[in-house]
Design a protein around this ligand. Sequence first.
Ligand code: HAM
Length: 420
Amino acid sequence: MNDILPAEIGRWHAVERAFRRTMEGLAYREIRTPYVEPTPLFVRAIGEETDVVQKEMYSFVHHDEPLTLRPEGTAGAVRAYVEHGVHNHEPITRWYYLGPMFRGERPARGRYRQFYQLGAECLGDAGPGCDAEMIDALAGFLREIGVEAPDVFINSIGSGDTRAKYREALVAALTPMKDSLSPDSQRRLTTNPLRILDSKHPADAEAVATAPTILDFLSEADRTHWDNLRRQLDALGTPYKVDPKLVRGLDYYTRTLFEIKGSYDKLGAGSTLIGGGRYDGMVKDLGGPAVPAIGFAAGLERLLIASNLEVSPSVVDVFVAPVGEGTDAPALVLARDARRAGLRCEVDTRKASMKAMLRRANALGARVCLIVGDREVAEGVVELKDLASQVQEKVARADVVARAAAVVGSPAPPPQEGGA
Ligand code: HAM
């Protein structure tokens, strides 16, 4: 679990802003659900046989109630959707969320125990138009935050019938090789055979390579959905790769699955930036009507590692430096006036030396220093120093905030060659 210090927070805010802009542009609205939910919600929604439920949840019992720190956002969103009867008020619901999730995983670069997700859920549309729209928008979002050449992988795991048939064929194909499989995959052969396709264990490589592919088992309706998804992605011009081995680690998925990777040099090939898919059965499983749905989540820390976005380190626009005895109150008033004009401003309340105040102004990335001296107060003027050009001018107190705003809004001169 990480501290995120103010020096890093500018990049977090920039990615969060871009995410909100993207989602609101697609008519999504923010939802906030609790960080803690009843444990059975996650077991039911995510699946008993998943790594998340079996090994990674932070669960505890409080006053006889089993509770869990949310490992992901979909289960809570669907619980809220059902609990508030949202389907009664709107035919399509588009929700996005940002916030911490908790999984007791082995920590690594880009893998933490408290991590942040940016996610969204679209409920009420069976697709595939909204599937294609979501994938295309996410590829655009990644490019906007400076993730170069994002790689989109898609697959379909069909609906219940398709999976039942495929499961049978997969078990039939893998059973003769059972003894050569990793211990986890041997167990999964009976509990959750599709997850074997996802195994990174070297012992499973041959089985995974020779296994039948689910795309050959799609029912007619699943095949139509899949073909239309591809046609619409093609029309949008979003490049993608079909990965028939893509199964993902949560059990609620149906039909469309997708993952987006990128910046392999910074993250390694195993690290997924965004994962999502369709979960047409969950609303009903959690006590609601049969409502189809699709969603995704991105790991914010991973996006920040992958992104080459740079943000200005400047903390204030204006620094107010009082000099002399009776200048503390006039300095406070001036700083407040500057803030009312929309300028970010720190006023030195320490009675520090001029040298220390200028050092502080520069460290905060101020463009302008307003020097308030006793004589200036008496004369009704302020010394305005442009810290980029080093030019200093005397400005009437009544005009100084407007003048400071103009300097802040003007381009900084290029650094002087050989200058200090
Ligand atoms: P997920 O694949 O489990 O899907 O997680 C989505 C993303 O969260 C991952 O691709 C990764 O970027 C990030 N992530 C997951 N675990 C960690 C971790 N321990 N540390 C850092 N980042 C992590 C879901 O959570 C689904 N709820 C997505 C979804 C929404 N599907 C439908 N709707």
